[in-house]
Design a protein around this ligand. Structure first.
Ligand SMILES: NC(=O)c1ccc[n+]([C@@H]2O[C@H](COP(=O)([O-])OP(=O)(O)OC[C@H]3O[C@@H](n4cnc5c(N)ncnc54)[C@H](OP(=O)(O)O)[C@@H]3O)[C@@H](O)[C@H]2O)c1
Length: 259
């Protein structure tokens, strides 16, 4: 979509989007060299760590707060248009769930290293600003964009992906009885096909958002999510195979029947 005003800032937003893609690629290379440092891989040595619930709420909150701040502090010209409003709402709905509901539901989650929490916080500020500034000030859509097949397919993928993500996180959570902190083999839902069903849902969700927004900014977020979550899913897959002798060998890593 073409920028509506101030093309200089519009091209800055494009540059930020390309940088986000590069950060995703860099993150996936780093995650191949060193294991991601939270959850089951967190060092048992005492370090500066934040309790899981507080960490998830704090680090994800900027994805909700920054867009609200962006839209409140300037006249959000483009939000007069339905496609821009719906796309921003898609982003906010996900992060309302992730920052306000998901942390309360965590069961026995491992404390998060402070530096991981800080990196996630910085990413959420960055991406929250990028998506909301683009949608509220620059993205120009035809008023009938919400009936365009790209938008409709993207919206359906976003919704299905979010439902898969929430359902799969629910399955993982319920593997533990209250007070337990150990790990079991996940069963049911898309876990019958892949190790990282929750990540699969998240990737489908942001690919749907990217398609519906038809923008470099949306595509960059989907690409970043793909790079990071495929790497972490590969680590989880290897970890299950090593830890559980009876782990189902036919399960794929993240994409059913494919990867
Ligand atoms: N958009 C992005 O780039 C991005 C990046 C990261 C995460 N996320 C999303 O954030 C959510 C959480 O991510 P995550 O990396 O923490 O997911 P995860 O490693 O699958 O863990 C999710 C939760 O389930 C628990 N758990 C996982 N496997 C378990 C098992 N086999 N038995 C018992 N409990 C188990 C974990 O406990 P422990 O903490 O004790 O391991 C944690 O509380 C996911 O929905 C993911 O899609 C998104």
């Amino acid at each position: 979509m073409s920028p509506a005003m101030e093309p200089a800032e519009g091209s800055h937003l494009d540059a930020l989007a390309y940088l986000e893609c590069a950060l995703g690629l860099l993150g996936s290379v780093l995650l191949k060299l060193v294991r991601s440092a939270y959850g089951r891989y967190a060092s048992p040595r005492p370090a500066c760590r934040v309790p899981a619930r507080a960490a998830w709420a704090l680090q994800e909150l900027p994805s909700l707060a920054v867009p609200l701040w962006v839209c409140a502090r300037t006249a959000a010209e483009r939000l007069r248009h339905a496609p821009n409003r719906v796309l921003l709402a898609m982003f906010l709905v996900h992060y309302a769930q992730r920052s306000l509901i998901f942390p309360l539901l965590i069961r026995g989650g491992k404390p998060m290293p402070l530096y991981t929490c800080t990196l996630a916080f910085m990413f959420c500020v960055y991406n929250g600003y990028l998506q909301s500034r683009y949608l509220s000030q620059y993205a120009v859509y035809a008023d009938d964009w919400v009936t365009d097949p790209r938008f409709l397919l993207g919206f359906c993928l976003w919704l299905i992906g979010m439902l898969i993500n929430i359902h799969s996180d629910h399955i993982l959570r319920n593997l533990r009885k209250p007070g337990e902190t150990g790990y079991k083999i996940p069963r049911g839902g898309l876990f019958e096909y892949v190790t990282a069903a929750n990540y699969f849902g998240e990737v489908v969700e942001w690919c749907g958002y990217a398609l519906a927004s038809w923008s470099v900014q949306g595509g960059a977020f989907a690409a970043f999510t793909f790079c990071i979550l495929v790497s972490r899913a590969q680590q989880h897959h290897q970890w299950y195979l090593e830890k559980f002798e009876d782990y189902p060998k036919f399960r794929k890593i993240i994409i059913p029947f494919l990867l």
